[in-house]
Design a protein around this ligand. Structure first.
Ligand SMILES: [Zn+2]
Length: 325
């Protein structure tokens, strides 16, 4: 069955941020309501809350303390989030308005990963900050929730020391921060299909770490996208599953592959995005790999609807029954 992880604290609704940035900082709440408008009962039965945000001490396990200290300076955060006006704000305001919701989201990704191990499938209605490196944030990503959840499961013993983790990144942007976090961890296998002509094209060091890289053509349509996915993903998963136990899959399901997205440079329709998500989940479930799905990027006004479409369909396919955990 599927679990849905959400808290209203994910949403950044302060300082007018949502009007100044391509990132729809309230898409989480919008997606939550859109799911409820067509499947309220399914949604509410699947809900798992998040007890608290991740602490700075917990973040210092996967991020350099010197980087976390730098975040006390609004100029650092203005650079990471590409929002120059943040430079002029007091540090406390930036922490409360921007970093606190992100700390909730990072905590939510670990909750979702735990639920995935117990129930097979979990969707965090946030997270997927795949550009954040151990020693610095970039590309709207401050903390790397993927590194946090993998480390959290390992230290809690929920993943055995030699359990493998499969990471499937289908956000339009290459997940360079994840590559840097797992640069020398051979237990994490990285699959990444991305637009090679956009940010972070400069980061060749990250690209070299990808185990299966699928550069997509500019303005790639759904047909071509699915053809490439079909050609590469099953073989990649087979090769990883054949030679060792896979404890968890992380699916970073960015919706910036959508044709209406201003940053992704790809050309998928809403129906294509839904078909893509269902295909990936089926591929992972078919191999009995517990799967946690994260939202990652999505910069169009339609992004929350795309998320809701996938969530509703997954909830219908893998419902949480009455009284079921
Ligand atoms: Zn992206």
């Amino acid at each position: 069955m599927m679990k849905l992880i959400y808290t209203r604290r994910y949403n950044i609704g302060f300082l007018g941020l949502e009007r100044l940035h391509p990132f729809d900082s309230r898409k989480y709440g919008r997606a939550w309501r859109a799911i409820g408008s067509v499947g309220r009962l399914l949604r509410d039965r699947a809900l798992v809350g998040v007890p608290r945000p991740v602490s700075v001490a917990e973040l210092s396990v996967t991020h350099d303390p010197s980087y976390l200290a730098r975040l006390g300076d609004p100029r650092e955060l203005a650079w990471v989030l590409e929002l120059p006006f943040l430079r002029r704000l007091p540090a406390w305001a930036v922490w409360r308005a921007v970093l606190r919701p992100m700390r909730w989201a990072v905590a939510g990704s670990l909750v979702a990963a735990r639920e995935a191990l117990t129930h097979g499938l979990a969707l965090n209605l946030s997270g997927g900050y795949h550009h954040a490196r151990p020693n610095g944030g970039e590309g709207f990503c401050v903390f790397n929730d993927i590194a946090h959840l993998v480390h959290g499961l390992r230290t809690a013993g929920r993943l055995a020391p030699d359990d493998r983790v499969v990471y499937v990144d289908l956000d339009a942007h290459q997940g360079n921060g994840v590559c840097h976090h797992f640069r020398s961890d051979p237990r994490v296998f990285l699959y990444d299909a991305f637009n090679p002509h956009i940010y972070p094209a400069h980061d060749q060091e990250a690209r070299r770490r990808i185990d299966c890289a699928v550069p997509l053509p500019d303005h790639c349509t759904g047909g071509e996208y699915m053809r490439l996915l079909n050609l590469t993903l099953p073989g990649f998963l087979d090769s990883v599953c054949r030679s060792g136990r896979v404890g968890l899959a992380v699916y970073n399901a960015g919706t910036d592959v959508f044709a209406g997205d201003t940053l992704g440079g790809l050309n998928l329709t809403a129906a294509d995005v839904l078909a893509r998500d269902l295909y990936v989940i089926e591929q992972l479930r078919g191999r009995v790999v517990p799967t946690v799905m994260l939202l990652s990027g999505g910069y169009s006004r339609e992004s929350y609807r795309l998320v809701a479409n996938t969530a509703v369909e997954l909830l219908r396919r893998y419902p949480t029954g009455r009284g079921a955990g």
